[in-house]
Unconditional design. Structure first.
Length: 304
């Protein structure tokens, strides 16, 4: 029997996309899986067209009364999955659509090498209808410490459908072996949203596991539904958490440099506030992120 995979999906006020994602899993050619659906304290009511009995696979639904963030919601799912016989755990964004054979390809790559710990698919931007000309959203990741950034790669290397080593795999769709979690622990919840997947991959790499992109596995992503790209929250979390990631994982010189960099970035935003009115929205979010980094204020941003 092929390895058992537990798929964790976290919903937050986005039931329409979640149901479309769940429906796409009905067509999976890989059969040894179950789904754990976490509702992360949505204010949006559960729709009448969501019925567990409609799905042709095991589906467990866990509603929460608060938003635990990406890490917190997925960690709850991990704990549930580890109580079962799951060999792999897959994190799948609720705003994705999957190809029927994507999970076969991910597990095949994982099983090909014991040292491979985390595997991710090639992710295209979602369009309706899906075409052969969709733009790539994620084809592997590159980590930079100064300036701090976790970059998506948008082009495949030569021999594009062979597995490729990556600095990290996006938490949008990330398959991890049970034994890796046993070694590195749960997803770091200090970030709340963004960069927790990057740090998790780095922790796995430090334990000797390979981080691999499997381009033959394909999914489609609708992009930034929880915090819209360009919104205050999106900019804030990316700014604060990028600085925190470098602080947590850089050497002594890098850690000193990141504070100097944050001071320069802060001054730059002050000038934007004064001189460039069109940039004030971005500047305010970046300033707030830097200030909270300096104050060691992490987790969920509490907006008064």
């Amino acid at each position: 029997m092929p390895p058992h995979v537990s798929i964790i999906i976290v919903n937050y006020n986005n039931w329409e996309d979640t149901i479309e994602c769940l429906d796409s899993l009905k067509n999976l050619s890989y059969k040894n899986f179950d789904v754990i659906l976490i509702d992360n304290g949505s204010s949006e009511p559960q729709p009448k067209n969501f019925r567990i009995s409609d799905y042709n696979y095991p589906l467990r639904f866990i509603p929460l009364n608060q938003n635990l963030g990406f890490a917190g919601g997925n960690n709850l799912g991990i704990k549930q999955a580890l109580k079962s016989d799951a060999n792999y755990i897959l994190f799948l964004n609720n705003d994705t659509i999957v190809e029927p054979n994507f999970l076969n390809h991910l597990v095949e790559v994982g099983e090909s090498d014991k040292s491979i710990g985390i595997i991710g698919p090639l992710i295209y931007k979602y369009t309706k209808p899906l075409t052969d000309f969709n733009q790539i959203w994620f084809a592997g990741g590159k980590i930079k410490f100064l300036p701090p950034k976790a970059e998506h790669l948008f082009k495949l290397a030569p021999l594009s459908y062979s597995p490729q080593i990556s600095d990290y795999i996006s938490g949008c769709c990330l398959l991890i072996k049970r034994e890796v979690i046993n070694k590195i622990g749960l997803i770091p919840e200090i970030y709340f949203l963004y960069y927790e997947d990057v740090e998790w991959c780095l922790l796995a790499k430090k334990q000797g596991f390979k981080i691999v992109l499997a381009p033959s596995a394909i999914i489609y992503h609708k992009q930034s539904k929880s915090a819209k790209e360009g919104s205050f929250l999106y900019i804030y979390y990316h700014t604060r958490n990028a600085l925190l990631f470098v602080k947590n994982n850089g050497g002594v010189i890098i850690k000193i440099s990141i504070y100097l960099y944050s001071f320069w970035l802060f001054l730059k935003q002050i000038l934007k506030l004064i001189l460039i009115p069109s940039k004030r929205h971005w500047a305010k979010a970046i300033i707030k992120g830097i200030l909270d980094f300096w104050r060691n204020k992490y987790g969920k941003l509490e907006i008064l």
